[in-house]
Design a protein around this ligand. Structure first.
Ligand code: ADP
Ligand code: MG
Length: 396
């Protein structure tokens, strides 16, 4: 094993397992985090999103035991969870174990066997850092439970099971994007997801001179939950006024025709969703040809629309995007925008890989000078989806 693969979460989880349980694990399952290049607040409008799996992953090393208990240690958080697999699985402590408990409950609901096991979790996906460490943990767990049950779920069923676990056991009203891309992600590809039928199409992103730079502002304004629910309701109102099932079915022309009878704020909300869907589809069409300047412009337009029509940005996010724009194409930045629900969190920028670190430093320094906050910076190209190594099988 080279010194780099030695440092991967899969290898770290495996080594820790040997130390903790004094035997080698039978399996190591792992799953990536995600970044959404474009398509924001489109998911609950039956629209399109264009994420990729990150190179950062969460790994679980595990073996079966002879009892009916799950014992899991997270190297990331430094604590251990133990819970019984008999009867109904309930929420419990530590809080992170709820993601695992939720997946176990989902398997039991499908009448799949869940045997006792010992496991060690390690990860290089930042927790709460906007790369969806929650989905990475869920999908890694589900991948392990598939191996333990000797049954593979189809990707959509698996993603839905994990989404349900996050909703019911962690109380987060998440969409399907994070889980779907963590299952299906493919190296050097983005995944265009149609959130209506939850199908994905791979979009090749093979130009290795490009990378994605994720900047976490490390601020989160308290508005998020209430405003999120309000946006969803406003979108439903807009769809009703336009006579469509969801805003995904509306066109810019339909919106223009209805403008006079629409409340100006509802009109703006709808305009964001309708134009964002079109930008996402256009980006997916142009990526294989490497039309980076155009795709970058779509990202800036997406940000402006989220800021001015959807009102979900904030000064910190705007500041990062402004800095990126100032560095510009000459300095290696093609585009940048906020990503996630908004009111803080992360931006994503499309950058020249060889200049990425320097770009991150420049933006981070400017951000610190203006806000007295440190930004966290991550770099990733599109990585692979969930995977499993079974050490009981010969390595061929
Ligand atoms: P994000 O998904 O953006 O990283 P969330 O708040 O949705 O942020 O999920 C983070 C939570 O997921 C953590 O607080 C923890 O409960 C759980 N989690 C994720 N990865 C791990 C890990 N490696 N070990 C233990 N818990 C984890
Ligand atoms: Mg999450």
């Amino acid at each position: 094993m080279s010194s780099t693969t030695d440092q991967l979460p899969e290898a770290r989880a495996q080594r820790f397992f040997v130390k903790a349980f004094e035997t080698a694990p039978r399996w190591v399952a792992s799953a990536p985090g995600r970044v959404n290049l474009i398509g924001e607040h489109t998911d609950y409008n039956d629209g399109f999103v264009l994420p990729m799996a990150t190179e950062q992953r969460t790994a679980i090393a595990a073996s079966l035991t002879n009892d009916r208990t799950a014992t899991l240690h997270s190297v990331t958080t430094g604590d251990t969870a133990t819970f019984s697999l008999e009867g109904e699985v309930r929420r419990g402590t530590p809080a992170w174990s709820n993601y695992v408990r939720g997946i176990v409950a989902g398997f039991k609901e499908l009448k799949l066997p869940v045997k006792g096991f010992n496991a060690v979790i390690d990860s290089d996906v930042p927790l709460g850092g906007g790369l969806s460490s929650s989905a990475a943990l869920e999908i890694a767990t589900a991948t392990l439970l598939e191996a333990m049950a000797g049954r593979k779920l189809d990707p959509t069923t698996k993603a839905l099971l994990c989404q349900q676990a996050e909703r019911q056991f962690a109380g987060v009203p998440c969409g399907i994007m994070d889980q779907l891309v963590s299952v299906m992600g493919r190296k050097d590809h983005l995944l265009l997801i149609d959130c209506r039928d939850r199908t994905g199409k791979f979009v090749p992103f093979t130009d290795r001179s490009l990378s994605l730079l994720i900047i976490n502002t490390n601020v989160r304004h308290a508005l998020v939950d209430g405003e999120y629910a309000r946006r969803r309701a406003q979108c439903e109102t807009a769809a009703e006024m336009l006579g469509v099932t969801a805003l995904r079915d509306a066109t810019p022309a339909m919106l223009e025709t209805a403008r006079a009878k629409m409340d100006p704020l509802i009109f703006r909300r709808a305009r964001h969703v309708i134009t964002e869907n079109n930008r996402t589809l256009e980006a997916a069409r142009r990526i294989p040809a490497g039309d980076w300047e155009h795709i970058g412009r779509l990202m800036y337009e997406s940000h402006a629309s989220l800021r001015d029509d959807y009102h979900v940005s904030c000064t910190e996010l705007d500041l990062v995007v402004q800095q990126a724009e100032q560095i510009g194409v000459a300095g290696g930045v093609f585009g940048c925008r906020m990503t996630g629900a908004g009111f803080g969190g992360c931006t994503v920028a499309l950058v020249q890989a060889e200049k990425a670190r320097r770009i991150g430093e420049i933006i981070g320094e400017a951000y610190l000078a203006k806000t007295s906050n440190y930004a966290s910076i991550f770099l990733s190209r599109p990585g692979a989806g969930a995977s499993l190594v079974d050490f009981s099988k010969p390595n061929i």
